[in-house]
Design a protein around this ligand. Structure first.
Ligand SMILES: NC(=O)c1ccc[n+]([C@@H]2O[C@H](COP(=O)([O-])OP(=O)(O)OC[C@H]3O[C@@H](n4cnc5c(N)ncnc54)[C@H](OP(=O)(O)O)[C@@H]3O)[C@@H](O)[C@H]2O)c1
Length: 285
């Protein structure tokens, strides 16, 4: 990996973040040293966007990330997420303060509502405003929200701030966001953050049409199947993504995917084996 990672600008703050960052879900199940070494190596290579959540390992993953950030906090664009059940006004502020303690930092660069909550969105957004005003978070967004839910949350946030992204499931095998959300965010100049871009490593079995298509395209580009999957998500300029890995080899492989440009015939072949859907429902994991 030699080339610099491409970046994308977020609305409001104008912060630039790498189009490939680092996810952390289920890292508590991996070797702690591998996680920390991989996250730090990723930052060295420019993957300075790290995504975590209070839910991951019930706080353990935020602690792992906090340890990984020792001495390099300023280089990182740190994102965490609040559990919907905590997301009333006061609970939002308290949950963020707990996350900051676990992450051993005084602010988050981005704080997301993990998925739509039974608390009124006005409450959550009031909590988000308080966190923004106090400087505990630099920007806010949502996750797993439809366009309608995104717009309602953005309105509830008020005129002084904008939601900077919607983090949603998007990979070859799950394309619903293409129908309404992606275009709606694009009109508002809001980039989409794609999670599980590798389909959680559920790669197709050898001998199946999706596997044959992916491996033929990968061979043409001198790439791997995982890299083709990432390049496919990144074919939209206003999408960025956060594959998770605790392996330095996988990390380097994933970041190199930023250099792959799929051709029209590759995309057509992938459309055949991973057809677009006509549903706008936002699936969650
Ligand atoms: N907002 C939400 O509701 C939500 C939901 C899900 C995920 N997320 C976020 O998005 C991140 C990414 O999604 P994800 O973790 O669900 O799935 P993912 O990134 O699609 O896949 C992760 C899996 O792929 C493996 N992997 C990574 N690179 C690989 C490579 N080059 N070759 C082969 N295997 C590879 C990883 O194992 P190794 O570690 O062994 O490499 C891991 O098992 C999460 O970690 C989390 O931060 C958010």
């Amino acid at each position: 990996m030699t080339a610099e990672l491409p970046t994308i600008a977020l609305p409001g703050t104008g912060d630039r973040v790498p189009r490939i960052g680092q996810g952390t879900w289920r890292m508590e199940q991996d070797d702690r040293r591998d996680c920390i070494q991989t996250l730090r190596h990723g930052v060295d290579l420019g993957a300075t966007l790290i995504d975590t959540a209070e839910m991951y390992g019930s706080g353990t993953v935020e602690e792992i990330v906090g340890e990984a950030l020792d001495g390099i906090r300023e280089e990182v664009f740190l994102t965490s997420k609040i559990l919907p059940r905590n997301a009333d006004r006061e609970g939002t502020v308290e949950a963020c303060e707990r996350s900051l303690r676990r992450l051993d930092t005084d602010h988050l660069d981005l704080y997301l509502l993990h998925w739509p909550s039974s608390h009124p969105i006005e409450e959550t957004m009031a909590g988000f405003r308080e966190l923004l005003d106090e400087g505990l978070v630099r920007s806010v967004g949502v996750s797993n929200c439809s366009l309608e839910q995104f717009v309602a949350a953005d309105e509830a946030l008020g005129p002084d701030h904008d939601l900077v992204t919607d983090q949603v499931l998007y990979w070859l095998g799950s394309r619903n966001v293409e129908n309404e959300l992606l275009g709606g965010l694009r009109e508002r100049e809001v980039p989409l953050m794609a999670y599980s871009p590798l389909g959680q490593a559920e790669f197709p079995d050898e001998g199946t049409p999706p596997h044959d298509a992916l491996s033929a395209i990968a061979d043409d580009h001198g790439a791997t199947i995982a890299q083709v999957m990432l390049a496919w998500v990144l074919r939209h300029e206003d999408v960025f993504t956060i594959p998770k890995t605790s392996s330095i080899d996988h990390l380097e492989e994933n970041l190199a995917a930023a250099e792959i440009e799929l051709r029209a015939e590759d995309l057509e072949r992938l459309d055949e084996v991973y057809p677009a859907t006509d549903s706008s429902r936002i699936p969650t994991l």
